[in-house]
Write a protein that binds this ligand. Sequence first.
Ligand code: MOS
Length: 709
Amino acid sequence: MNAWVGKEISRVDGPAKVTGQATYAAEFQLRNKAYAALVTATIPSGTIERLDVSAAEAAPGVILVLSHLNAPGLPYAQPKKRPVVDPQAGERLHVFQGPEVLFDGQPIAVVVAETKEQADSAAMLVSVDYRQTPPAGDMDPSRSHAPNEAVAKSGRPGEKGRGDAGPAYRGSAVTIDITCSHEREQHNAMEPHATIAEWDGDHLTLYDKSQWVDNVRQEIALIFGMAEDNVRVISPFVGGAFGSALRTWPHVTIAALAARQANRPVQLELSRRQCFFSAGARPKTLQRLRLGADHDGKLQAIIHEAIGQTSVYEDYAEITLDAANSLYACSNVATRYHLVKMNMNSPCPMRAPGTATGVFGLEIAMDEMAEECGLDPVEFRLRNHADRDEEKDLPYSSKELKACYALAAEAFGWSHRSTVPGRNRNDRWLIGHGMATAFYPSHRSSSTAKATMFANGTVVVRTAAGDMGPGTYTAMTQLAAETLDLTPEQVQFELGDTDMPEAPVHGGSITLASVGNAVIAACRSLREKLGNGDPVAAMRQLGQEAVSADAESKPGEEANIYSSSAFGAVFVEVAVDSRLGAVRIPRIVGAYDIGTVVNPKIARSQCIGGMVGGLGMALLEQAEWDPALCRVMNANLAEYLVPVNADVQHLDVLFAPGEDKIFNPIGSKGVAEIALTGVAPAIANAIYNATGHRLRNLPITPDKLLEVL
Ligand code: MOS
């Protein structure tokens, strides 16, 4: 028996990626391909009065220019049920269907030309006059509204809770009342969004950057009023996405429309700047937290309020307050979630959407409460450990959070920290230590896969899943090899094509628990067909070219009687330059309870990636919003700061032992998004320990520190 689960094998797609053999959306070579460039609105609100495309049409190489003046009407049919990746209220942006402008950066025309340079150049020649109306540019809480019923049904209600939090808070011996915030953040994946559309009669093929090819097919079929069978979507490699490729964005529709009108394959690649307003963002969120505890440090009340920003055309809502509702034991919880409509493009999920935000607020509040109660932050959390999910009133299918605290605290040397803030100084550096809990709910969706064994003893496993970088190819290859008692070299795993068996969204950290079990089921069924012995020998005996098996795997009753979540503990050391306000992060130690670790090497990569993302959230990332222009002013990678190598020092990842076989047969709870949660509050808490100042508005930039130091 070959045991591949738990092995540190290197990425099976690594050589293809580093040698340029992996084909990304904009790299498919098609005969007669033309190139498109967007013209985007330069006002946030109003209507187009005049759009003059004559100069663009006359420019060299231009094939056509499409806008609301000449684009055909599109059906934009509604799905029976909205995809989970779409906002549940409002209406998706329609392209070229009218003169209305809803945000700065909205596509208002597309130029198609023989080369990309000709298209880009001609797009600059389109001249537009607008009639501007007053935009909503401020994130003004007085304009906020509660999510509607459809949004509430998706688990993002205006109000949630249990017990009687108001009186319990007022009656508590120890209380805090704080506000905190983070700015709008951008995904900025390495690969820009791109689509190539090619029509063959009424059949459309899309080469697209996508985390969910089946959703692209459904969405485009609805928009164009086509049968889904006439749309094929191909996305074998994705160069990072972080949630930005979950939805089917308007540029995909534009590429398909342009290709149909031009009667040629058309490639539309967004510029880095266009990615800032064409593919979502993490919404800026304002939070207020009131916590109450008794003299023993037992939480009596949690009141957590959050206001997120959204567009004028959709209500994008997040599960920002789920942590407040379930992460700690507390009989009295009240949460309130509101949205503010603004003239901006709709936000969308970004790496641990809502959870990273809510955990940030809750975990700095927990740090402050621990101090008020005179308790060590770890001890305070242990006293309030939730043995069961009190919100759902269900037991956890597994929970090793206490082990995470112990493992990470030990590895970090937490007991040696200075508990008095501002006392640990090394020359001009103020040294601080802080910690936070990490949390991300585990989900599993129904998924299908097909396994085929060939006469030469190799196996091909296919499913329409995605791999935006976490290692789907590798983990699935390991699961197939283990189930079939083969080596990974004998297995070829393929994904990212709607011609393959249906798979759920590659997001929400669900791929391993969902697709992984379908891969195992298909391989098991194949093995049964081959007599359950040595499959290669059985194939030889059968004398057939190929033998295939399909399988579906889905959650069962356990999903109704257990709550499933991944947990973790993050410990951080910071060094704050007392003269310059700069923050260095010498080390981060995280311990994670993610159930079965299928590949410790790629799981660790997921976690260090999350830590780096969390570092960016804490110290660097912010889309600078001009409320008058309603525009992101730093829509480029020079001024939108993300951590670089020099910002990252020692990162240590530990996994709590355990497997969650109740949650799913593999026992994995998902490792991806959890690693971003907890990092920003641990850094903020460490900065307090270093300086004695609580900074609660992210990112914690040198100017904010210099003001208080
Ligand atoms: Mo993740 S934000 O579900 O890609």
